[in-house]
Design a protein around this ligand. Structure first.
Ligand code: SF4
Ligand code: SF4
Length: 152
């Protein structure tokens, strides 16, 4: 089901995923036990689920959101095709991003032909907590659901 790959090959996989318009999704903790999924909104159940929500950006939190420079946007709509969570609408032929829908993936930035989209770092009081390791994250989730960990 799996094979070990080098860091270089892993980077190539991520670059291909980026080119193909897939969202890099990882768990929010430090340490060496990590995964990175590369997801599209039509096949990934998690991404499809949050896209149905009014504010996907409040569920899949990132410390960044995208913003458009309306003065340089040429209205090509490339970004609306790239966004997997329907965060970008065209208004008067200019792209406009709904911040509560943006999950900060950056897919719209890398292909804007006029460089009109930037990622903005959120204010300190809006930043997501980064857990120390996977155990710390699971403990916090267990506490949120009122269950003890390890689950019984
Ligand atoms: S990709 Fe860039 S130029 Fe094209 S609509 Fe989006 S912001 Fe405007
Ligand atoms: S960064 Fe761009 S592509 Fe990603 S969710 Fe936000 S608006 Fe959509």
């Amino acid at each position: 089901m799996a094979r070990e790959i080098s860091k270089e090959e892993a980077k190539q996989v991520l670059m291909k995923a980026e080119e193909d318009g897939l969202v890099h999704c990882s768990s929010n903790h430090k340490g060496d036990k990590m995964f990175i999924c590369n997801c599209c909104g039509c096949h990934c159940k998690a991404l499809a689920f949050i896209t149905k929500h009014d504010q996907p950006g409040l569920i899949a939190q990132s410390n960044y959101y995208a913003t458009v420079d309306a003065d340089t946007c040429e209205g090509c709509e490339t970004c609306t095709d790239r966004c997997q969570v329907d965060a970008i609408q065209m208004k008067d032929e200019v792209a406009s991003i709904t911040h509560d829908r943006c999950i900060g993936c950056g897919l719209c930035v890398s292909t804007c032909p006029t460089g009109s989209i930037s990622m903005i770092h959120k204010q300190p009081d809006s930043l997501s907590h980064i857990f120390a390791d996977d155990n710390d994250l699971i403990q916090a989730r267990a506490k949120d659901t009122g269950k003890a960990f390890p689950f019984t």
